[in-house]
Write a protein that binds this ligand. Structure first.
Ligand code: 9YT
Length: 132
């Protein structure tokens, strides 16, 4: 069994910083679980375009408030604690945080831990192999 704690993980390399968010990657590809699990903090007042063309992601809101808009149909879904959105179609979307939001995120395939979004809001699959 593997045991980790957020308060320890966020002190080291598991914490990745981007302009609008940071993410503590508690479970990664190297753990061989077939998915990765992250606690992501989205900064208040930010708007982030995201399109995971190579990954499926589920995002559960632990705290904070915001909204997510799916680009294909312009639908806007409020985000509140307890809400989960599941990007089962590699949905292109825009994530807006009204307050700081804490999210639990699961990725399939798993991230290797180094990824930050490229200019299209994408994690290239190649990033995984480069870091291996
Ligand atoms: C909700 C979301 O996708 N935020 C971007 C960061 C991502 N969750 C990650 O890399 O952990």
């Amino acid at each position: 069994m593997i045991v980790r704690h957020l308060s320890e993980a966020e002190k080291g390399e598991r914490k990745v910083e981007a302009e609008n968010w940071n993410s503590v990657r508690l479970l990664l590809k190297e753990d061989n679980m077939g998915f990765s699990f992250h606690i992501t903090t989205i900064y208040a007042g930010t708007e982030t375009p995201i399109w995971y063309q190579n990954h499926l992601e589920s995002v559960y809101c632990i705290s904070g408030e915001g909204e997510v808009e799916t680009c294909d149909d312009g639908k806007v879904y409020p985000i509140t604690p307890g809400m989960i959105y599941i990007l089962d179609k590699h949905d292109k979307h825009i994530l807006r945080a009204k307050t700081e939001m804490k999210m639990a995120c699961v990725f399939n395939p798993p991230l290797n831990g180094k990824e930050v979004h490229d200019e299209n809001g994408v994690y290239p699959l190649e990033a995984a192999s480069v870091a291996e």
